[in-house]
Design a protein around this ligand. Sequence first.
Ligand code: 13P
Ligand code: SF4
Length: 329
Amino acid sequence: MEFTPEIKKATQAIYQKISKTIPEIEWSTHAPYIYEINKLKKEKNAVILAHNYQTPEIYHGISDFSADSLALAVEAAKTKADIIVMCGVHFMAETAKLMSPNKKVLLPDMRAGCSLSSSIKGEDVRKLKKQNPGVPVVSYVNTSADVKAETDVCCTSANAVKIVNSLGVRKVIFLPDDYLAKYVASQTDVEIISWKGTCEVHEKFNDTEINEIRKNNPGIKVIAHPECPPEVINASDFTGSTSGMIKYVKDNQPEKVMMVTECSMSDNVQVDNPNVKFIRPCNLCPHMKRITLPKILDCLKNETNEILMSDETIEKAKKSVERMAEIGR
Ligand code: 13P
Ligand code: SF4
């Protein structure tokens, strides 16, 4: 697509904001897509929801709402748009559909999965329930609709402890993230039965690299996502959801920070916190990175890659997500 003077002018304000993150030579490729997508979403009354791990040109260039997975689910329920384009992974688009079953929900690349979501099926949950009769099931929102259909209440990293405590029981089945389960267990007296799922991005971090970075950067604040292994969380100053981590930086304005999570977070947060220095050992989520501007434009233009589920699945799965939204953050 051509980077015309008209497009240059129309996208100038966006580029000024992110010019420290995106080199000018790359901008000439992104800008025509940003221009077209922003025009088309108005014409079609579409809303673009983007997860915090999306690249800066998506996060700052075209998204109407960027957030963690809990806020994306809540926003999907509230929106007045006719079409939701989910710039995130498959479980996020499915969750949006559960929250807004009458809306058209599009995912720019249907292969954008998640190692946690693919670690467990509805059938596995049924087996666990048989083995633990009467024990409620709390599932991370990073699961398929089939798993959500077998779940009493969903949670995200932003409210996992609150949701587990809200049930008022002695024991819960907590699926599928083993590390998040360990984190929740460290924050509550409720006994946790977990599953062996892990996030392929966060499991790669270790405390040796964090301690090394601390030694070389005295005073640095290390903030980690709760999908990290326990030794990483123990070596960190703060643990929270992706939006919790962003809020920590905004509120505390540390001189130096290391966000122990997906790479794009530091790029996105740097734009709004120019005085904070980001030390960036990070890992890429290959699923989040499947979402690109050309794919977003294509799916919005042709209304392809629609999330479709049977009425029965929606009916069964949405209760656990709605219950989570009622309990909140
Ligand atoms: P958040 O709910 O914290 O945004 O996390 C979602 C996710 O997939 C992190 O890997
Ligand atoms: Fe899934 Fe991990 Fe990617 Fe988040 S970062 S979408 S949990 S694989």
